[in-house]
Design a protein around this ligand. Structure first.
Ligand code: SF4
Length: 207
């Protein structure tokens, strides 16, 4: 994509989505980490349905570290891979208490050392905390990056690399949220609404 088209893309998305933010519900960093861990392979909507009860019962890493597996499984049962995620939540609670003074760590290396926290989850946390610019690639960003001709990468990591190269780091967080918004509202996987899309003029996949 040419620099002129990239500029158009940034502005068009900013006009469409002036308030870029995560659609997960959270009020502190502990809740952010847990919600993002639950959101892997699962919709934000489903995560937001279970987290109120989860955060009420387990408001801190310490409380989570002492939880019974069956109780967590019951609460997060609607979430994909709830059994594995329940184990990871308790193990992450224990690690956070033991190694990070019950705080969410600030580095990619420390974050990915927590059970169930992979590259994408770590990047989302770092981006939201504003510690390190990051451009996490989820299913929507992966799809739109290809449709918009921003990447031909075959893996999320390859696409992330291309996006980091394509845009200045100051744009990464906002673009991350705005592209997800656009993927959910206009450029869906099965039925992209190209006729109503503000990016149509610069999109090589426009129909
Ligand atoms: S023009 Fe179509 S394919 Fe391109 S971003 Fe818009 S909805 Fe998606």
């Amino acid at each position: 994509m040419t620099p002129k088209k990239k500029k158009f893309l940034i502005q068009a998305l900013a006009d469409l989505y002036p308030d870029p933010h995560s659609e997960l519900d959270f009020t502190n960093e502990y809740q952010l980490l847990i919600a993002v861990m639950l959101s892997a392979q699962c919709t934000d909507k489903k995560v937001n349905q279970v987290t109120p009860e989860l955060f009420k019962a387990y408001p801190t890493f310490k409380a989570l570290s002492q939880a019974k597996l069956a109780d967590i499984e019951r609460i997060i049962r609607p979430i994909n891979y709830y059994k594995t995620k329940s184990k990871h939540l308790i193990a992450t609670g224990k690690e956070a208490v033991a190694r990070f003074d019950s705080e969410v760590p600030d580095t990619h290396k420390e974050l990915t050392s927590l059970p169930g926290v992979g590259n994408k989850t770590a990047n989302v946390i770092l981006s939201e905390k504003g510690v390190v610019p990051a451009f996490p690639v989820d299913t929507h960003i992966f799809r739109l990056a290809h449709r918009l001709g921003l990447s031909q990468g075959k893996t999320p990591d390859a696409v992330e690399k291309d996006l980091r190269k394509a845009f200045p780091s100051s744009e990464w967080r906002n673009l991350h949220h705005r592209i997800i918004f656009h993927g959910r509202r206009v450029c869906s996987a099965r039925a992209p609404q190209c006729g109503e899309c503000s990016l149509r003029a610069i999109c090589p996949s426009a129909q």
